[in-house]
Ligand binder design. Structure first.
Ligand code: FB9
Length: 488
């Protein structure tokens, strides 16, 4: 078998100069010999040098010419001495041979055309193309000019093949003892372990790919941000309801009913069930009042607030709708207890979709509800939160939200992108929102929000949101994505 042939050959000869020739000589495929060479080399039994060889090989067309003759020769030999009409000749040879043959034969000045007649110009011709193709096929070297002509006629192509030249290796043996892969009790007891060959551990062996589950990158980052909230003493709000009423999503947030965000251009309203029936009556009354005529030091919006508008069901546009429910529930408690809440879940906006926007995204929201909280507390908790996300340099820009006053957009300097990036929005919930709920006068709520998609896209270097979310996501990307650690 091949191993004995190789080791046997090297016992007497200095080297095996060409593995291709050797494989052919012992009747095995070069691939089989190649695997053997790699194994023998691994055990340093042989020393194998890679050699590459380039040679010209015939294309299928080239092979046809070599067997049947070149078109120009076929063209010539099909012309009787008295000549023949083009059409007859074409019929005789077939269009392809006729077209190629006529040009080449004319170029070789073998023929002449007199009107429709084709005539020989010489007695006989030598089909050099056929001959030289045969010589190339048998591995003979031929002149560059010939090579270029044949290459131009796509009759030959260059083939590079890789082979090996072999010599005895430092651990050469003429017959390899079968290497043991396990040291067994029997080996120990029998003592024959002393003269056994043990296979070395191949520490470079690829481990079998374990098909395991993978967290979607969004969930990877969600988990890290969730852990940051939990480490900061926040508890998660229940966000398992995508459908919300306009009341909790807008009205309770003191967002006026004619606010542009409340029309179907921005919000997905439900057809069925189009409206909700269970709203807390007394609280609803106070919300109506504060919208229409204010109170709690506010003059309100001074429009007539419509219950049916508030009852309209929609796909929530922000998880702040859940914050509203939680703060109202908190206000119903007999004694007020401070709270830190967070949410990370889907919100829906009827927006123009583009490279970074879909009609839905995951909103991250944090809020702290406690007595005497100030804007300074908000800035402080934002510094703390974003520093745990690895964003230490923050800037705050005054902004406007219908439900917070003051409000601030949050910017962080991103070293990788070498620029200030808007990383979120924040503010202090308005008294017109909190007091109708029944929260004590001195209780304030500081809150902020950002998206989950933006940090995930930046962390994983994803520029088009469709590569992150939706049917076009490439699973391999999910599998091969490095674990991106936020902030650490
Ligand atoms: O996520 C956003 N940007 C961001 C966040 C993190 C980040 O991390 C990188 C690793 C370094 C990078 C970027 N933004 C908020 C800012 C912009 O992307 C903005 O253009 C898009 N915003 C979304 C809304 O778009 C209409 C992001 C989304 C957003 C905006 C505001 C809130 C939540 C999400 C909010 C709020 C809020 C305010 C006050 C009280 C309660 C909630």
């Amino acid at each position: 078998m091949a191993e004995d042939a190789v080791l046997g050959f090297l016992q007497t000869k200095e080297q095996i100069s060409d593995s291709h020739e050797f494989a052919a000589s012992i009747g095995v495929s070069h691939t089989e010999l190649e695997n053997l060479i790699k194994s023998l080399k691994g055990f340093q039994i042989v020393d194998a040098q890679e050699i590459t060889r380039e040679s010209w090989v015939l294309t299928d067309e080239g092979k046809t010419y070599m067997v049947n003759g070149s078109p120009e020769a076929l063209f010539f030999s099909a012309i009787p001495t008295e000549g023949i009409s083009r059409s007859n000749l074409k019929e005789k040879l077939g269009a392809e041979i006729f077209d190629i043959g006529s040009k080449a034969a004319a170029k070789n000045k073998w023929i002449t055309f007199e009107k429709d007649l084709v005539k020989r110009k010489v007695e006989s011709v030598q089909d050099e193309v056929k001959d030289v193709l045969a010589r190339i096929n048998s591995g003979e070297a031929v002149g560059d000019q010939v090579i270029n002509d044949l290459k131009r006629r796509k009759l030959i192509v260059k083939q590079t093949w890789k082979g090996y030249s072999l010599k005895k290796g430092p651990k050469y043996v003429s017959k390899r003892k079968k290497a043991e892969t396990d040291l067994t009790r029997e080996h120990i007891v029998s003592g024959d372990w002393k003269n056994l060959e043990f296979k070395e551990y191949n520490l470079n062996a690829e481990a079998p790919q374990i098909q395991a589950g993978y967290l979607h990158s969004l969930l990877e980052v969600r988990e890290q941000i969730q852990n940051i909230f939990l480490e900061m003493g926040f508890e998660e709000m229940p966000t398992n309801n995508f459908v919300e009423s306009s009341f909790w999503n807008f009205d309770a947030l003191f967002q006026p009913q004619q606010h542009p965000a409340r029309d179907s251009h921005d919000t997905f309203f439900l057809e069925t069930p189009a409206s909700t029936k269970d709203l807390p009556e007394d609280y609803l009354g106070r919300v109506k009042l504060v919208h229409e005529s204010g109170g709690y030091g506010s003059k309100g919006y001074g429009y007539d607030w419509k219950r049916e508008e508030a009852e309209k069901n929609l796909l929530r546009t922000h998880t702040t709708a859940v914050s509203t429910r939680m703060l109202y529930a908190l206000a119903q408690q007999d004694t007020f207890t401070p709270k830190r809440y967070y949410s990370i879940d889907r919100v829906f906006r009827n927006e123009a979709v583009d490279r970074t926007h879909l009609a839905e995204f995951h909103q991250i929201e944090g809020l702290i509800c406690d007595r005497g909280l100030t804007l300074g507390d908000l800035i402080g908790v934002l510094e703390d939160f974003f520093s745990r996300l690895g964003m230490s340099k923050l800037r705050f820009k005054p902004a406007y939200n219908p439900y917070t006053e003051p409000s601030m957009e949050i910017f962080s300097y991103h070293d990788g992108l070498q620029k200030w990036v808007e990383v979120g929005n924040s503010g202090m919930f308005r008294p017109e929102m909190l007091l109708p709920m029944g929260l004590p006068e001195d209780v304030n709520v500081i809150a902020w929000g950002l998206s989950l998609e933006r940090p995930t896209m930046i962390l994983y270097g994803i520029s088009n949101i469709r590569d992150l979310f939706g049917p076009k996501v490439d699973f391999n990307l999910i599998k091969s994505n490095p674990i991106c650690r936020l902030g650490l």
